[in-house]
Design a binder for this molecule. Structure first.
Ligand code: SDX
Length: 422
């Protein structure tokens, strides 16, 4: 039986039958009933703004797949740069392709000396690293006169490579600037995550990256690489739909990610855990959340109404990191919060579970990152997802510049009143 729905306009008796595929129907059918008919859908809860083949989520089953591969398998068996290749190209690379991809990324990690030495000096000593990251990514595009030549696929691929390769260098630069430390140049003999940690923490010649910690960083990058049409990615698509260059679009997406309801939640979780202060204060905090006085940061998700599969993997990774770094004292508070919330009707009825941000901050803290760096750590890998969506949007013949309609609720026409008469 054909999967269709029939919509009847009771005002005119006109009706339209429209196919339904994977629970999606084309709302353009409404215009057959009335060309001015629009759907009111604030925050797009029921709107599929695009077709995409990059990431699949099933909120009820807690499923996350990149190009069909379960996140659990990729986190266990893959590396971040291999996952980046998969997200961008749609297939896992073979040995030669991966070697070339890693070589290309490694040899584009440097940033222009003007950015490293002059641009960053314009910030205040206590500038938030995420504000610096957003600005630096946008500024990066001004160093390449071919940045805006986005319909030349070879040139666009070069910009994409530059962004993926340079965001760790920019991230480390924001940290070293904030800490008053000299910058550490990229080391071409190190892997992506290893090189990032080296640029972050090397002091003199005596810094060795612990392989367990480098692997944990790589797994966290894999888990944060993409997540279909989240707020930041939607921003990327909207800006890219205007044919903006990839640097400006990535900066816009990073600005959305900075919000505490989105990627800024990992920093907010640590502030929340520190504010609670001890396990015995958890019940009182939970009561304040239920009274609407607080949000349980790191809990809840627009899509996952069961569990966030990334949170499950991150929790496991946390214990591997703590084996090396020692237990994070805030972990006990986090575990007590999770245990209490998962038994409480307020959270159960609203289907609120730990999301990707609930435990990630505990690992970042154990890896030595200051809280202000946490969202920057989210933006590094998510740059790959944003760029994969930009490419997909530019290749989608059904897409055009994003320009939603509105439901006007303002004043009807009225005449200007002179100042002395108001
Ligand atoms: C990310 O979209 C993505 O994919 C994002 C992301 C990605 O990879 O890109 O997964 C990354 O952003 C994860 C989410 C990180 N944010 C937080 O942890 C902040 C805390 N969470 C909430 O603000 C909230 O859960 C959202 C923003 C994540 C989701 O918000 P929704 O889908 O709009 O849900 P909602 O606000 O409508 O909540 C439904 C109900 C409300 O209660 P009622 O008004 O019905 O009584 O649940 C309540 C909310 O008040 N609620 C919470 C809560 N989250 C929702 N109550 C307390 N604490 C919370 N965290």
């Amino acid at each position: 039986m054909a999967e269709t729905i029939t919509i009847i306009d009771d005002r005119t008796g006109k009706k339209v039958t429209v196919p339904v595929t994977n629970s999606v129907f084309a709302s353009s059918a409404l215009r057959e009933l009335d060309p001015d008919l629009r759907m009111y859908d604030p925050a797009f809860l029921s709107t599929a703004a695009c077709k995409s083949a990059i990431t699949y989520l099933d909120g009820e089953q807690g499923i996350l797949r990149y190009r069909g591969y379960p996140i659990e398998e990729l986190a266990e068996k893959s590396t971040f740069t291999e996952v980046a290749y998969l997200l961008l190209n749609g297939e896992l690379p073979n040995t030669q392709q991966l070697a070339q991809w890693n070589y290309d990324i490694t040899h584009h990690t440097m940033i222009h000396e003007n950015m490293r030495k002059r641009f960053v000096d314009g910030f205040h000593y206590d500038a938030h690293p995420m504000g610096m990251f957003i600005s630096a990514v946008a500024a990066l595009g001004t160093f390449y006169d071919d940045a805006r030549d986005i319909f030349n696929s070879e040139t666009l691929d070069k910009q994409i490579l530059r962004l993926i390769a340079k965001v760790p260098t920019i991230a480390a630069m924001t940290y070293r600037f904030s800490s008053g430390l000299p910058f550490v140049l990229p080391n071409n003999s190190l892997s992506y995550a290893h090189n990032f940690l080296n640029m972050m923490y090397r002091i003199g010649d005596d810094y060795e990256v612990n392989p367990t910690l480098a692997r944990a960083m790589d797994v966290l990058f894999i888990l944060h690489a993409d997540h279909e049409q989240n707020c930041g990615t939607t921003t990327m698509r909207v800006v890219a739909s205007a044919n903006s260059d990839p640097y400006s679009a990535t900066a816009a997406a990073a600005a959305a990610l900075f919000g505490p309801l989105h990627g800024g939640a990992n920093e907010a979780v640590i502030h929340m855990l520190a504010e609670i202060g001890s396990v015995d204060k958890v019940p009182a905090f939970i009561e304040r959340v239920k009274n609407g006085e607080e949000k349980l940061m790191g809990f809840g998700h627009r899509v996952y109404k069961n569990f966030d599969p990334r949170a499950v993997i991150i929790k496991k990774t946390a214990y591997e990191v703590f084996e090396v770094t020692g237990m994070n004292p805030l972990l006990d508070i986090a575990l007590k919060l999770e245990e209490t919330a998962l038994k409480d009707e307020y959270f159960i009825s609203r289907k609120l579970y730990p999301n990707v941000d609930f435990y990630s901050g505990l690992i970042y803290q154990a890896l030595g990152f200051p809280e202000e760096m946490f969202t920057v750590l989210f933006a590094i890998p998510r740059t790959v997802g944003w760029l994969a969506h930009m490419i997909e949007l530019l290749d989608d013949k059904e897409q055009k510049i994003s320009r939603p309609r509105q439901w006007y609720t303002g004043q009807d026409v009225r005449s200007y009143t002179e100042l002395q008469k108001r």
